[in-house]
Design a protein around this ligand. Structure first.
Ligand code: HEC
Length: 99
């Protein structure tokens, strides 16, 4: 029994993380793919200069704080998507998982 509890303590956090990444990926497909290339398969950026998510993930200053700030409306040409905190968090983990 103790072993079972220990085992789930070890496994659960990583499961939660995989789930967040998957949730972020679905959000990205739904809300971001109209402008950004959102998955790893992209080999080049779009002609209009909108950065791809793998490119964003690869930038050294792309922390999750930076990504969340970029999702807020005051920023540049990004539209106001009114994303909740959890959505922003999951999108940020997804983008950083592309590293
Ligand atoms: C209507 C088009 C559009 C949509 C939809 C859009 N973006 Fe953007 N995004 C842009 C443009 C254009 C830029 C380039 C920077 C700028 O000019 O503000 C950008 C920049 C960014 C950056 C900043 C990159 C950096 O280096 O700082 C992040 C992060 C980002 N977008 C994330 C998202 C996420 C996450 C979504 C979906 C929830 C999303 N974007 C949806 C147009 C869009």
């Amino acid at each position: 029994m103790l072993r079972l509890i220990l085992c789930s303590l070890l496994v659960l956090p990583s499961l939660a993380r995989a789930e967040d990444i998957e949730r972020g990926r679905l959000l990205a497909l739904r809300w971001c793919a109209g402008c950004h290339v959102v998955d790893r398969s992209a080999t080049e950026a779009r002609a209009d200069g909108v950065p791809t998510f793998p490119a964003i993930a690869g930038k050294p200053n792309s922390s999750s704080e930076h990504l969340r700030a970029a999702m807020n409306p005051i920023h540049g040409r990004m539209p106001d998507l009114a994303l909740g905190k959890r959505d922003q968090d999951d999108l940020a983990v997804y983008i950083l998982s592309l590293r």
